[in-house]
Design a binder for this molecule. Sequence first.
Ligand SMILES: Cc1cc2nc3c(=O)[nH]c(=O)nc-3n(C[C@H](O)[C@H](O)[C@H](O)COP(=O)(O)O)c2cc1C
Length: 169
Amino acid sequence: MLEKIQPETLAANVFDLIGNRWLLLTAGDETGGFNTMTVSWGGLGVLWGKYVATCYVRPQRYTRKFMEKSGLFTLSAYPETMHSIHTVCGGMSGRDVNKAKECGLTPVFTPEGATYFAEAELAFVCKKLYFEDFDPSKFLDKSILNNYPNQDFHRMYVGEILEVLQKQA
Ligand SMILES: Cc1cc2nc3c(=O)[nH]c(=O)nc-3n(C[C@H](O)[C@H](O)[C@H](O)COP(=O)(O)O)c2cc1C
């Protein structure tokens, strides 16, 4: 069971959390369906006077469809012992496999229409505020374009963090 904490009391190191532990980005709900995928690029910070999370989703991800039709998304972190979930969630598509079932993840549907999994240690419930596709003409360091041999530029989503939920010790 996760409990709401104040964002300012978050103890996790953001760089370690996102870059090393990795997160699940989940969008959709109980009625319309949902999907989840591993992300290791993103950010947590402050923008427009709000606490925000950013994430970056390539056009071909099945999760992108759910990101587009949902007003909410979640980013969630899992215990080290569950790191292997990312083999499925970051290596297979929800078009081909039921990732939650495959990984033993139990969906939690919030009344507002966000989805995360009961096994999470930490979850950020976010409301989409803004999106933008990366524009190849705006990369000042052209070497970054090496990430896009297929021109599949990420769509950035900025979400207002509505709730930070953490497993209690
Ligand atoms: C460690 C790791 C980090 C990833 N980070 C991202 C990311 O930030 N953005 C993205 O579009 N894909 C990222 N991916 C790829 C997706 O997780 C992967 O393609 C996934 O299978 C997509 O699933 P879907 O088609 O069900 O949405 C990452 C994969 C791994 C293994």
